[in-house]
Design a protein around this ligand. Structure first.
Ligand code: SAH
Length: 396
């Protein structure tokens, strides 16, 4: 008997809309004893074929859909086709001589649930986040290697979400040579060192590429405060476009140090940069108490809301730093403010920013609405794929 699952009556709606997740509560029965990572046929309550997915009994998301097509088996060719499709629509980026780092595969939104592949120069850095892609790792790596020329393919599956799938945290070479500790990339003509082996995510926040470029438009002669700076990205684009001075704040001294090296590689004078290792919440309060002011402020915090239950707490965090930022802005100052929590809707985020401006007594406007770069697409069937939102605000 085929390994399969039968969906409860009335729980097929999201599948018919091609949403890729089946939660445990929607499953009526499991047939044929599939184990973690196995491909299962997904059947309606009256036993009609709906699609195929990867089984992950430990996860609340018990099945992630591979396809909805009875004529397309899940095999090596399936993965080759999906990878090719992801690479094809990124062709323009791939051939841009000014940018050598971007996301090749964006998981669910590229039809490959749980798989992240980022390209940094000649190296491909992968995350296998779910039981399904874990099972097909060897085939995926072989196909990837055949499709994209590279010096090495490296795995960064050292992420906690793997535990929800019952998978161990692992990292290491999958094919080719091991990348150096710091890989140099180009982003819109500027150089960055990326710690692909121990840096955040796969080493760099590629999703902010377009927004880092945009900040150049607001940078002439400004004194800038770059909060949650990581390796300096927004500050380096600002300095290259005429900013007079940048203060970076980040909790990670390792990231700040790479940031200094990044500044050097782009021939930026060290005296135009101040690095503060510390907690943004605390440092912003100190600056407020000392009446320190800035013309341009970036707030690009980590994900504050991980679950629905801490959304309210997260909202207070966003309000707090945005209120302080509005207080530190000079007249006609500009604020780039972001949230990368998927659970935070753009509407709620806008309300929080409005409350922050109100409490800071700053009359303010949204000049632009920002999101993730186009190599991080969102499948229309998977609205959860849009997580990054931001506003460029101007304060009177
Ligand atoms: N803007 C960056 C990405 C920021 S990611 C870029 O363009 O590359 C978020 C950063 O916030 C991480 O570098 C993390 O080290 C830092 N961070 C997290 N919590 C912090 C806190 N409370 N205070 C200061 N930095 C923090």
């Amino acid at each position: 008997m085929e390994k399969s699952i039968i969906i409860k009556t009335g729980r097929e709606r999201s599948l018919r809309r091609l949403h890729p997740w089946i939660f445990s509560g929607a499953i009526h029965s499991v047939i044929g004893s599939p184990v973690s990572g196995d491909t299962v046929e997904v059947l309606s309550s009256d036993q009609r074929f709906l699609g195929r997915g990867a089984f992950s009994p430990q996860s609340q998301i018990t099945v992630r859909m591979w396809n909805y097509n009875a004529d397309e088996p899940i095999d090596e060719r399936f993965f080759a086709n999906r990878l090719q499709r992801a690479i094809d629509f990124r062709k323009e980026l791939l051939s841009d001589p000014k940018t050598t780092a971007f996301r090749l595969v964006n998981a669910e939104s590229d039809g490959l649930p749980g798989l992240i592949i980022d390209k940094y120069g000649d190296f491909l850095i992968c995350q296998f986040l779910t039981a399904g892609v874990e099972k097909w790792k060897k085939e995926i790596v072989a196909q990837l290697n055949a499709l994209i020329s590279n010096a090495g393919i490296y795995e960064r599956s050292d992420v906690e979400v793997r535990e929800k799938e019952g998978l161990p945290l692992v990292a290491g070479v999958l094919m080719g040579i091991e990348p150096p500790n710091l890989v140099e990339i180009l982003e819109n003509g500027l150089k960055f060192l990326v710690d692909v082996k121990t840096g955040h995510k796969t080493g760099f926040y590629l999703d902010q590429r377009e927004n880092r470029k945009l900040i150049g438009n607001y940078a002439a002669n400004v004194e800038m405060l770059n909060c949650f700076s990581y390796t300096g990205g927004f500050g380096i684009f600002a300095l290259k476009n005429g900013a007079a001075h940048v203060t970076n704040i980040d909790a990670s001294t390792a990231a700040l140090e790479i940031g200094l090296e990044n500044a050097k590689r782009n021939e930026l004078p060290a005296e135009h940069i101040e690095n503060v290792a510390g907690d943004v919440f605390q440092v912003l309060r100190e600056y407020r108490n000392a009446n320190r002011m800035f013309d341009l402020i970036v707030l690009d915090p980590p994900k504050f809301a991980e679950t629905k239950s801490n959304l309210e707490h997260a909202a207070r965090g966003y309000k707090d730093i945005n209120l302080l930022a509005f207080k530190l802005l000079r007249k006609n100052g500009i604020l780039f403010t972001f949230s990368c929590s998927g659970l935070m809707t753009p509407e709620l985020f806008q309300k929080i920013i409005a409350d922050a401006a109100l409490d800071a007594k700053r009359d303010s406007q949204i000049l632009r609405r920002l999101t993730q770069a186009p190599d991080h697409p969102t499948a229309l069937a998977f609205p959860e794929g849009t997580y990054l939102k931001g506003f460029v605000c101007r304060a009177e």
